[in-house]
Write a new protein. Structure first.
Length: 126
């Protein structure tokens, strides 16, 4: 992506990439929207971010991968599924030269939605 000006919207962010990457980014965005209805779209740290009861999930494109932040942690099931992709505790990198596992992205987002709702409910009780 050209770094001449920071994107103000997710549409602007996506438009800064080659057409083939734009298609993948649009599908990631749609996948997140479906998994987290009601989440707000924004740009945070110059990357697309969704908020729902706090920061929910962000994604970003790079020359060879798409990163998803934060990655789920503490779940043995997710640890096994993400082993082929994980590069750090809080990031999952999906290579651009392989099919992106959209069903896995959906499960990650739904897990984050659940965790954020539980955290918001616990905070409201205090």
């Amino acid at each position: 992506m050209a770094k001449s000006t920071a994107p103000r919207t997710i549409d602007e962010y996506i438009a800064g990439f080659p057409k083939d990457v734009q298609g993948t980014l649009r599908k990631v965005r749609t996948t997140i929207r479906k998994a987290a209805p009601g989440a707000q779209e924004t740009i945070s740290y110059q990357i697309p971010t969704f908020k729902l009861n706090g920061m929910l999930i962000s994604f970003a494109a790079f020359s060879k991968h798409i990163g998803l932040y934060p990655a789920p942690s503490g779940s043995e099931r997710f640890n096994r599924e993400l082993a082929a992709y994980r590069t750090s505790k809080a990031t999952v990198n999906f290579p651009l030269d392989k099919p992106l596992p959209y069903a896995l992205v959906t499960r990650i987002v739904k897990l984050r939605v659940k965790a954020n709702r539980e955290k918001a409910a616990a905070k409201a009780k205090k």
